[in-house]
Design a protein around this ligand. Structure first.
Ligand SMILES: [Mg+2]
Length: 243
C-alpha cells in the first residue's frame, strides 16, 4: 500500500515505555510482578500469582470481542484462574497502585527529547494520543507517564485497560484509536520502539515510525517501518511538515 507523505498526518500516536519514557520493560516487569505478588502472599503463592497474571493478561491481549473492554476480560479470567473475588482483590490493588507502584519510579527516567516532540506536534495542531499498550489500569499508566515528566492533559486520548477493547499488537487496537479520535488511519503516524507491537499499526493502515533510542527488536528480520530514527529525528520530521 502506498503511504501518504508526512504532510498528511493529522494525528501522532506515541508509545510510552522505551519511547517517551526511559524504562527497560524487560527488567521492570519482573520487579513489578514481584512487588504486586507480595501483596497477595497470604492468598496465593508468588509463583502461582505470576502464572495467573500472565494467563489473564494473555486472555486480554487475545480478546477481539468489541463488547468487552480489556479490564472486564482480564478480571474475569483472573478470578476464574485464582478463585479470588473482586471483594478480595480490589482493596489490595487500590493500595498497591496508590503506595507501592509509585515506589517503583526509580526504574523510569525522563527522556530529554519527549517534551520537545509533544510541543512540535502541538504546534502543528496534531491530535496526540498516548498509545501505550492498554494492559494496565489507568492509575499505573498515569503514574508511569508522570515519570516521563509528561501529563495526561497533553494528550487527546490515553489508552488504558478501562477505555479500550483491544491490545497491541492487534490492528483492532489501532483502529479503535482512529475511531475514538475521529481521524482515519492513513492520517495517523504511530511512533514507538517495539518492532512488533508498535509497527503493527501499519496493518491498520497507519504510517509507522520506529523510534530506535531503545529499540525492542522482536525478531531476527530487519524491521519494516515508514520512518526510523531517534526522538530528535521524529521532532525534525514533525517540524518539517508544512501543515
Ligand atoms: Mg515501548
Amino acid at each position: 500500500m502506498s503511504k501518504l507523505g508526512p504532510n498528511s498526518y493529522r494525528s501522532l500516536l506515541l508509545d510510552l515505555d522505551g519511547t517517551l519514557l526511559v524504562l527497560d520493560m524487560e527488567k521492570f516487569i519482573p520487579a513489578y510482578i514481584e512487588a504486586l505478588s507480595s501483596k497477595f502472599i497470604d492468598m496465593i503463592s508468588q509463583n502461582n500469582f505470576s502464572q495467573h497474571l500472565f494467563g489473564a493478561t494473555n486472555a486480554m491481549v487475545q480478546n477481539l470481542d468489541p463488547e468487552k473492554n480489556n479490564e472486564t476480560v482480564f478480571y474475569k479470567e483472573f478470578y476464574r484462574r485464582t478463585g479470588l473475588s473482586y471483594k478480595q482483590i480490589k482493596p489490595i490493588l487500590d493500595e498497591f497502585y496508590q503506595y507501592d507502584f509509585p515506589a517503583l519510579s526509580f526504574w523510569g527516567s525522563e527522556h530529554p527529547r519527549s517534551q520537545a516532540v509533544i510541543e512540535a506536534a502541538q504546534k502543528k495542531k496534531m491530535n496526540l494520543v498516548l498509545a501505550t499498550n492498554p494492559i494496565f489500569p489507568s492509575k499505573a499508566i498515569l503514574e508511569r507517564l508522570s515519570w516521563s515528566g509528561l501529563s495526561a492533559d497533553q494528550f487527546q486520548l490515553v489508552t488504558t485497560m478501562e477505555n479500550m477493547h483491544f491490545c497491541k499488537p492487534n490492528p483492532e487496537y489501532y483502529l479503535e484509536i482512529s475511531h475514538k479520535i475521529n481521524c482515519p488511519p492513513e492520517k495517523c503516524l504511530m511512533a514507538g520502539n517495539d518492532t512488533i507491537e508498535d509497527l503493527n499499526a501499519s496493518q491498520a493502515g497507519m504510517a509507522t515510525y520506529l523510534v530506535d533510542d531503545f529499540i525492542l527488536q522482536r525478531s531476527k528480520e530487519e524491521p519494516i517501518s515508514d520512518y526510523r530514527g531517534n526522538l530528535k529525528d521524529l521532532e525534525s520530521l514533525i517540524n518539517s511538515m508544512e501543515i
